[in-house]
Design a binder for this molecule. Structure first.
Ligand SMILES: CC(C)(COP(=O)(O)OP(=O)(O)OC[C@H]1O[C@@H](n2cnc3c(N)ncnc32)[C@H](O)[C@@H]1OP(=O)(O)O)[C@@H](O)C(=O)NCCC(=O)NCCS
Length: 299
């Protein structure tokens, strides 16, 4: 297989994304195939230093096919799991159906196994691509929580803007010591994607709640509803305390992660989003209760 691809003028490289040339070629592939600009990360500390790219390059030096793996420590059912994530999987149209993606997937998974990762996770709209490599869909749910706030307190929230260096410093510092936002299922560390998602997602607001030493990420939807997207804090505050400090009077709200640490009643309903989360692991059982990874953790 590799011999055939090399005979076609293609060259395989495995490389750390701290290398500026490797990062630039992956960024260009993502812009061309998905229309996503990941270069704002250059102003926010750079790409995840744990990232490893598995790439085939064309004779003219263009990146033809790529899949990147990165360390994604997770909290799953109360246990810290040494997991990896796969992202940036794409093949340029003129190089498709030659087996390039199968090849980089096999290489990335061999590397993950050799590194001792207990599980590998990915997002996709094409689960069939990965089922043949041992991945299965982790069904996600949507959560609605009940709140009992008065809304009569004065808001004590300091708005944060990631384009301001002081605010970026605070967010980066707090990401380094955050507690997973759920004991059921949550990322334990994943700073770079948080920063990129918080910057690029629409209508996302970030605020620091001093009384709780917590960064809250939320969205005020057009219909007046409120969506709690993430919490970055050394200890997760209770939902009612968060809402009081934000000055919000609400009885129901959408929570973008399992609210098991928020001290509130909640319901979970299955999510039918075509973008699915998949996991491959011989060691880690799939979580039994309803789960979700928040938008801020998408990768
Ligand atoms: C999907 C994509 C990565 C496939 O790349 P490719 O190099 O043409 O794939 P390969 O030739 O290595 O084929 C790998 C296998 O996947 C299968 N496959 C290819 N495209 C597929 C698709 N859209 N859905 C399901 N399976 C697919 C092939 O049949 C093949 O199976 P086989 O090995 O059993 O024959 C490529 O079309 C692409 O970049 N698409 C746009 C971006 C994208 O969707 N990326 C995946 C993000 S999760």
């Amino acid at each position: 297989m590799a011999d055939r691809l090399m005979a076609e003028g293609l060259t395989f490289r495995q490389g750390d994304l701290r290398d500026p040339a490797a990062w630039a070629s992956v960024a260009s592939l993502l812009a061309d195939i998905f229309g996503i600009d990941v270069t704002p990360l250059d102003q926010m500390g750079g790409p995840d230093p744990s990232s490893m790219a598995f790439s085939w390059f064309a004779a003219d030096g263009q990146l033809a096919a790529n899949l990147s793996a990165f360390a994604l420590p997770m909290m799953i059912d109360g246990r810290t799991v040494n997991a990896a994530g796969l992202q940036s999987g794409a093949v340029r149209p003129e190089f498709r159906t030659r087996g390039l993606f199968r090849d980089v997937t096999e290489k990335a998974l061999d590397w993950c196994d050799a590194q001792g990762f207990e599980a590998v996770l990915l997002y996709t709209e094409k689960p069939a691509l990965y089922e043949q490599h041992g991945f299965a869909i982790l069904p996600q749910s949507r959560f609605v929580a009940e709140a009992t706030t008065t809304g009569q307190t004065t808001p004590q929230v300091h708005p944060l803007n990631l384009r301001k260096s002081d605010d970026l410093t605070l967010v980066t510092k707090m990401l380094a010591t955050r507690k997973p936002v759920s004991g059921r299922f949550a990322v334990a560390r994943q700073n770079e994607m948080f920063l990129l998602n918080a910057l690029l997602s629409e209508n996302v607001r970030l605020g620091y709640l001093k009384p709780h030493d917590a960064i809250i990420v939320w969205r005020d939807a057009m219909d007046g509803s409120f969506e709690l997207l993430d919490i970055v804090a050394p200890e997760i505050p209770r939902l009612d305390d968060i809402l009081e400090t934000l000055g919000k009077s609400l009885s129901r709200l959408v929570i973008d992660f399992p609210p098991d640490l928020l001290g509130c009643d909640f319901t979970a309903t299955p999510d039918n989003d075509p973008l699915v989360l998949m996991m491959r692991s011989a060691l880690v059982p799939f979580p039994e209760a309803a789960i979700r990874l928040p938008e801020m953790a998408h990768f």
